[in-house]
Design a protein around this ligand. Structure first.
Ligand code: SAH
Ligand code: SF4
Length: 371
């Protein structure tokens, strides 16, 4: 095993270390003739100290640093452009090593910051109301690219370490179709010697890939589960989310019912309100019946539209009425104000092609010194 590992690393001298976990870095230290604990030190340098450069790993012996620099790189996604919204949120366009682009959204409020992370380049699930769907899927992100979004944006926004950070996998892509990389990233992000972010502040949102929800349920330490419900019947849901044909509501809700929850945990159901499609009082009553018996809350998301898609957002009065029906049936229901609408950074709007005109190069977006 060790032999194989050595060969693998000798054969890939330019390998990027960012995204390797502690065990992999320990193996790598051994393959460089170093004691195992040097791998754990390297882990702390990459993720807790965020050195960004092997020469910055000053607690490693010089000869090990030299070997590392000659064989490996440390790189994470590069910020190519950003667009700041009036509401304080900032949409980042990041470039990956192969030139693909993804988006990450930064959303501050009084007590915390929330990062909306991408899990794939594009998405294959094909929900009818979603802009990311228009891209199709190009590829999965690696764990390093997922962790890299967090590091790049926290650094750019100068978020102090220890500040409360919420992570939501609600950007581009279906995280449960890239579960291995998402979980590897979650472990690095939550490790006390990694980024040390709180696992209870991380949420994975899924369109309802039932076998993957069950897989997530088996993880010993897992993020919270959010499920995009978006419809009150199978017929309606299949029309909006073709994935419902494969994983219909009964199976989806059964998986949610069986999802292990701690005493303070709940499943979040997201529900995008589409004018005249899924937003009637009858829909709300059916939603209440569907989620009955599941410890949950429902987030009502006003639809974010655009000329390429045929839907319209529900009127505010309708949104409030929908919420009332759920609340009247003892289901906690909240209206999720979409952030960053003026820069197309709101839920489901992350699609590069339609928005190229709205992001600006980083230099132009940064505060300019007085002339
Ligand atoms: N693929 C995952 C996570 C990314 S989508 C999922 O579907 O859950 C994140 C959320 O944005 C989902 O709840 C989705 O229903 C919602 N969404 C998609 N398009 C939207 C739009 N145009 N307006 C508002 N919300 C949208
Ligand atoms: Fe993919 Fe989520 Fe958009 Fe559906 S809503 S197409 S699963 S990103």
């Amino acid at each position: 095993m060790k032999q194989e590992f050595m060969q693998q690393h000798i054969a890939a001298p330019e390998e990027n270390l960012f995204g390797l976990d502690k065990t992999e870095l320990e193996q790598l230290a051994l393959s460089c003739g170093q004691p195992k604990f040097r791998g754990a030190q390297l882990f702390r340098n990459l993720y807790a100290r965020r050195v960004g450069d092997l020469s910055g790993c000053t607690d490693l012996p010089v000869n090990f640093r030299e070997v590392l620099s000659s064989r490996y790189r440390v790189e994470y996604p590069e910020i190519k452009a950003k667009a700041a919204s009036r509401d304080g949120s900032v949409r980042y366009l990041l470039e990956l090593e192969d030139g693909e682009k993804i988006e990450t959204v930064y959303m501050p409020d009084e007590r915390r910051v929330t990062l909306c992370l991408s899990s794939q380049v594009g998405c294959a699930v094909g929900c009818r109301f979603c802009f990311t769907a228009l891209l199709g899927v190009k590829r999965n992100l690696t764990a390093g690219e997922i962790v890299g979004q967090v590091v790049a944006v926290l650094e750019a926004q100068q978020v102090p370490s220890g500040y409360p950070v919420n992570l939501v996998f609600m950007g581009m892509g279906e995280p449960l179709l890239n579960l291995a990389a998402v979980m590897k990233a979650v472990r690095i992000l939550s490790d006390s010697n990694g980024l040390a972010l709180a696992l209870r502040r991380m949420t994975v949102s899924t369109a309802g890939i039932v076998p993957q929800i069950r897989k997530l349920a088996q993880e010993p330490a897992r993020p919270k589960l959010a499920v995009s419900l978006n419809a009150s019947s199978d017929e309606q849901r299949t029309a909006l989310m073709p994935v419902n044909r494969k994983y219909p509501l009964s199976e989806l809700l059964q998986a949610c019912r069986e999802f292990p929850l701690g005493p303070r945990d709940y499943v979040t159901f997201e529900y995008v309100l589409l004018d005249g499609i899924n937003d009637s009082d009858d829909d709300a009553r059916r939603v209440a019946a569907l989620v009955k018996g599941i410890k949950c809350k429902v987030n009502l998301i006003p639809y974010n539209g655009g000329s390429e898609l045929p839907y319209r957002p529900s009127a505010l009065g309708r949104v409030l009425a929908f919420q009332e029906v759920l609340r009247g049936r003892d289901i906690p229901a909240y209206i999720r104000i979409s952030r960053g609408q003026d820069v197309m950074a709101a839920c489901g709007q992350l699609k590069l092609a339609s928005t190229e005109g709205t992001t600006v190069p980083v230099e132009a977006a940064l505060p300019q010194p007085p002339a």
